[in-house]
Design a protein around this ligand. Structure first.
Ligand SMILES: Nc1ncnc2c1ncn2[C@@H]1O[C@H](COP(=O)(O)OP(=O)(O)O)[C@@H](O)[C@H]1O
Ligand SMILES: [Mg+2]
Length: 312
């Protein structure tokens, strides 16, 4: 077991670190955070399929797998973890299917499989304080991926966050995303977490793109109607009260979970399914909204639709 904090010269995020992140991301037209109040709501699976939809339409897309405790983006894309090669100029992203550029906590030399990584020294849990180093090391790892990965020119960089408001808060303190996509299950439990994020959004100036209500219902082969998987209504209520839009209400489709587990792209494998069509429509809306915001913000990066590689 390696302890991440031991391997960091300095674990706290600083203004200099934020400046390095901003400089490194200056070739990225739009940064979108994919966040959720709780885990298992579908952030990673949706991020991967949104990226695939846009990449297959010729956009240059990247994903930062920033859930360091449960990294899943590489597995969902069927990408084997490359050996990490320390580079003087930074971390070389992996090229996933459709040319999606990927960086994951799994790339960091400290996280080389099969050695597990911990953010806390369990041999020393009695020592105070435990929480701060843990938080700081996690943030440092995310900051490092954002500041050192050689993404090259990208239309869109999706940051697949670990669940919880604090992760979103910490990302925003490092670099404010151009948009935040919130993914949630329909349950009242998730809705409570969502309401907490809404309560903080004005203070932090979070540009929330909308809420994806995922796993809304299940339609089995022999059922006459769609069955809800969770008691519904609370997500709609808190979202409406906050004046936020629900951008999609997505059904549960077992093929989606199967594709993810096999490292296949559902959006391509089952492109004609209602769920894939909804994901594609959502991806197009996000891209259009991000393009409009980037143009408004005077972001001058203008990439062609060609798959041509740009020199990094
Ligand atoms: N609409 C859906 N239908 C079927 N399976 C889904 C759906 N959304 C997510 N899943 C599956 O649920 C599991 C949790 O999703 P994941 O993307 O890992 O969540 P998170 O990143 O928010 O923790 C994964 O196995 C994923 O494939
Ligand atoms: Mg995830």
């Amino acid at each position: 077991m390696r302890i991440f904090g031991e391997l960091q010269d300095r674990a706290d995020a600083s203004a200099a670190e934020a400046a390095r992140v901003r400089l490194n991301l200056s070739s990225v037209r739009s940064l979108v955070a994919v966040a959720s109040p709780k885990g298992g709501s579908g952030k990673s699976a949706l991020a991967v399929n949104i990226a695939a939809t846009l990449a297959s339409a010729g956009r240059k897309v990247g994903i930062v797998d920033a859930d360091l405790n449960a990294p899943s983006v590489l597995a969902m894309l069927g990408v084997k973890v490359p050996r990490y090669l320390p580079m003087a100029e930074g971390i070389e992203p992996a090229s996933g299917p459709l040319g999606i550029r990927l960086v994951s906590g799994e790339f960091l030399p400290e996280v080389q499989p099969p050695a597990p990584i911990s953010f806390v020294d369990f041999a020393d849990v009695s020592a105070e304080p435990v929480r701060e180093p843990l938080e700081a090391s996690h943030s440092a790892a995310v900051a490092r991926m954002l500041a050192q990965t050689r993404f090259g020119n990208l239309d869109l960089l999706l940051v697949d966050l670990a669940p919880g408001f604090d992760r979103l808060h910490r990302l925003a303190s490092l670099v404010m995303p151009a948009g935040v996509l919130l993914v949630t299950r329909p349950s009242a439990d998730d809705a409570r977490g969502l309401a907490r994020i809404f309560a903080m959004r004005k203070r932090l100036g979070l540009p929330i793109l909308g809420v994806v209500e995922n796993m809304v219902g299940f339609s089995c082969n022999n059922c006459r109607s769609v069955r809800p998987l969770f008691p519904e209504g609370e997500v709609s209520r808190v979202t409406r009260e906050a004046g936020i839009e629900i951008v999609a209400r997505l059904p549960f489709d077992p093929r989606f979970a199967e594709s993810s587990e096999r490292g296949r792209l559902f959006a391509q494998e089952y492109a004609d399914s209602p769920l894939a069509k909804q994901i594609a429509e959502m991806a197009r809306r996000i891209a259009a909204e991000m393009n409009a915001r980037a143009a408004e913000a005077g972001n001058s990066i203008d990439l062609s639709d060609s798959a041509e590689e740009t020199a990094d």
